[in-house]
Design a protein around this ligand. Structure first.
Ligand code: RB5
Length: 365
């Protein structure tokens, strides 16, 4: 794991202690300076650099130093996906990690002595995030903070992305409307899924190619031999297939048949047919509703049983309960949703939700 480090002039006195600590633990440091004391520097400049490095997953975590630890924390928290706080003692560092999964720790050079640095950083790095209700709360914070939201930034955890792009939100409003016909519903679901693909494919590697334009030869890029498998969960997941296939027509398609027992709300498997080379493919499980998480976790387990490894779950609407369950049982899986709704009702339906997606797609209301 890499840790990004930044400081201003008033945190400069702690910089060497942090560098020594990282060195002693053989942790690679992405050093954003200041490498020399400059009494005129402004902490937001370096705080944003470190925060973006963590938010964009160049670094797994960040450390920021200023006079109090406060200014850099406030600045870093402006960046999507960042949870930064001043931890000027060991107990704060432990609590902040346990409850907030703090991904940027900040220290105040006026409050912390260089010899206290190692203890605080040890406490932060070696304390486990408790998850559970704290994960639900952290997810709620993340939902507030940007256009694309990553609740989890770190080595082991998959990304959680809730889209609040205006186009997606506009179409979501229409799809929620009980008056929307099945014809419109299907088209909207296709469109929303197609828009989500943009973010879902963000990490796909590129390779350099050469192209001859009408004017000259130039360097260009192509997606590097990425093999995709789309796995809609029958039947509602079928409604999301076309939106992705239009942009990734060579993807192989698997099918999973699971239904929810209306009494226990637990999934029951009745069909599974996956591409034979599923182990090498980048897998997207498609299911519009992530409600209790029962179907999603069972689908992921089924795919893992068949050798699938690189798995993302793509849904339209997620409930906090389902999101937490998938994160707990399959923490490395990426989760993409167009909305994170309030809760489940006593029948296991998402509130406010969209009703039963399968019935609305296929007109079986
Ligand atoms: C700089 O003098 C100081 O204001 C800054 O380092 C920090 O303490 C702000 O919170």
């Amino acid at each position: 794991m890499k840790i990004a480090l930044g400081c201003d002039h008033a945190g400069f006195n702690l910089r060497e202690a942090v560098l020594n600590y990282l060195n002693s633990k053989k942790i690679e440091c992405l050093d954003f300076g200041a490498k020399e004391l400059n009494n005129d520097d402004d902490y937001p400049d370096v705080a944003f650099k470190v925060a973006y490095s963590v938010s964009e997953e160049e670094a797994g975590l960040g450390i920021l130093l200023c006079g109090t630890g406060f200014g850099v924390a406030i600045s870093a928290n402006k960046v999507s996906g960042i949870r930064a706080m001043a931890c000027n003692n060991i107990e704060s560092a432990k609590s902040a990690k346990r409850h907030l999964n703090l991904n940027v720790i900040t220290l105040g050079g006026r409050f912390v002595k260089p010899e206290e640095v190692a203890g605080i950083l040890d406490a932060w790095l070696n304390t486990e995030f408790e998850g559970g209700r704290h994960l639900r709360r952290v997810n709620k914070i993340s939902l507030k903070d940007g256009s694309v939201l990553s609740a989890n930034v770190g080595d082991k955890l998959g990304r959680v992305v809730i889209f609040n792009h205006p186009l997606i939100q506009h179409k979501l409003g229409k799809i929620r409307d009980a008056e929307t016909s099945s014809v419109q519903f299907r088209e909207l679901l296709r469109e929303i899924t197609g828009l989500m693909v943009y973010e879902i494919t963000r990490d796909f590697p590129l390779e350099e190619i050469e192209v001859t334009t009408p004017i000259a030869k130039t360097k260009a890029y192509a997606i590097k031999g990425k093999k995709l498998a789309l796995v809609p969960v029958l039947r509602a997941g079928l409604g999301m297939l076309d939106g992705i296939l239009r942009l990734a027509p060579n993807a192989k398609i698997g099918h999973l048949g699971l239904y929810r027992n209306p009494e226990t709300l637990e999934p029951v498997e009745y069909f599974c047919k996956l591409p034979s080379d599923i182990a090498e493919r980048e897998i997207m499980i498609l299911d519009p509703m992530l409600a209790t998480g029962g179907t999603a976790t069972a689908s992921i387990s089924m795919i893992k049983k068949h050798g699938g490894q690189k798995i993302s779950l793509v849904c339209l609407i997620a409930a906090p309960e389902g999101l937490s369950r998938v994160q707990k049982e399959h923490p490395e899986v990426n989760i993409f949703a167009a909305a994170l709704d309030e809760r489940l009702n006593e029948h296991g339906y998402i509130v406010p939700g969209i009703g039963d997606a399968g019935d609305r797609i296929f007109g079986t209301l």
